[in-house]
Design a protein around this ligand. Structure first.
Ligand code: COI
Length: 354
């Protein structure tokens, strides 16, 4: 095993920084000057390296392309008020990454590679961290199978890569969401809790169908009754009923254990709300809407941060909200943003200094 302190760093000879328009940063479109690459072979991680961001070459038989052994994470770095770089809850991403790896029969990435590698990379490209509200440096760790053989079996070789992308908001407007009743994202015993590439690929058709109807995304429901709410695919979901916040529970293993979800639940509790993580049925939501008890619906995610849902459509019934009147999710969003940028004290030790 290679200790991360021995990471070889090759700096770019031609930075792209000055040519990047920091006022125009669509999510995930631009990449910083460097990336981290580590290779797994013969049962161990080797050749951990930070080098200029560049294309990779691979053979068409590469296993990840055929059988989907590919997992990733989403993490964000911010600057505090003094301009020092910090990463938001990266140890939680590290833990979740290796849970995904285990489910996909891939090797665990050691902490010194994941964490030290990420810190060293962010430090090297720290000038790429945007300073504007709602902007951040998105960190994308990814691992995929690299064996060049098309027999169906777990690969013996893998690449672990960390990319950095300076980015603006993922969703720039309140969302219109369709409650999915035909397609299924995840069932108990499946891979819904893992951040594997196939979960996102499998969601694209249903999302495209919903988009044609003018929706931004779908809210996934359970595989059997299409009634029990899961997640929005890029986000976990919260419902505010008066002084109570409800979010689908993790117990069936069909949704992602969101780190923003956990942060939001923590902040909501500190604001005095009752937070329930439990099964929630679409009928409960529509009934509460009809009786005026449903005040806010929003998504939470690393990329999405906190995204208000202004319309939720179930069958032919549309629940509409004037998100400009909302109090709770904007307050949580501001508190989270203030913690991330060091404007208020980070009492939970969520921010990790680079
Ligand atoms: C994230 O929130 O970081 C995600 O990975 C969701 C999406 C951009 C794929």
């Amino acid at each position: 095993m290679i200790a991360a302190m021995n990471i070889k760093i090759t700096k770019t000879s031609k930075s792209k920084l000055s040519g990047t328009d920091f006022n125009n940063l669509p999510f995930g479109k631009f990449f910083t000057d460097h990336m981290l690459v580590a290779d797994y072979a013969d049962g161990e991680w080797k050749s951990v390296e930070i080098k200029p961001y560049q294309a990779l070459s691979f053979e068409p038989s590469m296993a990840a392309l055929h059988y989907g052994q590919a997992i990733f994470e989403g993490v964000k770095a911010y600057k505090n008020q003094e301009g020092d770089p910090f990463i938001f809850r990266p140890y939680d991403n590290f833990r979740r990454f290796n849970i995904s790896a285990e489910r996909m029969e891939m090797p665990a990435v050691p902490e010194e590679i994941f964490m030290e590698g990420m810190k060293q990379l962010v430090l090297l490209d720290k000038d790429w961290i945007p300073g504007k509200p709602d902007y951040s440096l998105y960190i994308r760790p990814v691992m995929f199978a690299t064996d060049c053989v098309i027999g169906v079996k777990p690969s013996d070789t893998y690449k672990f890569i960390i990319l950095l992308s300076p980015t603006g908001p993922y969703y720039s407007h309140p969302m219109r969401i369709y409650v999915e009743e035909k397609y299924t994202r995840a069932a108990p015993g499946g891979v819904g809790f893992a951040k594997n590439a196939g979960n996102y690929g499998g969601a694209m058709h249903a999302t495209a169908v919903a988009r044609k109807q003018g929706y931004d995304q779908v809210l996934w429901t359970d595989a059997f009754e299409h009634k029990w709410l899961q997640e929005v695919g890029t986000m976990n979901v919260f419902f505010i009923f008066g002084n109570k916040a409800v979010t689908p529970s993790l117990e069936e293993g069909t949704i992602l254990e969101g780190i923003t979800r956990d942060s939001v639940a923590t902040i909501l509790k500190e604001m005095g709300l009752v937070v329930e993580e439990r099964k929630i049925n679409i009928d409960e939501v529509t009934d509460a809407y009809k009786s005026g008890k449903l005040s806010e619906i929003f998504g939470t995610g690393t990329a999405a941060t906190i995204s208000p849902i202004k319309e939720l459509c179930y069958k032919n019934f549309t629940m509409s909200f004037d998100t400009g009147q909302w109090k709770i999710s904007p307050a949580v969003k501001k508190m989270l943003a203030d913690i991330k940028t060091g404007k208020i004290e980070d009492t939970h030790e969520w921010m990790v200094k680079v």
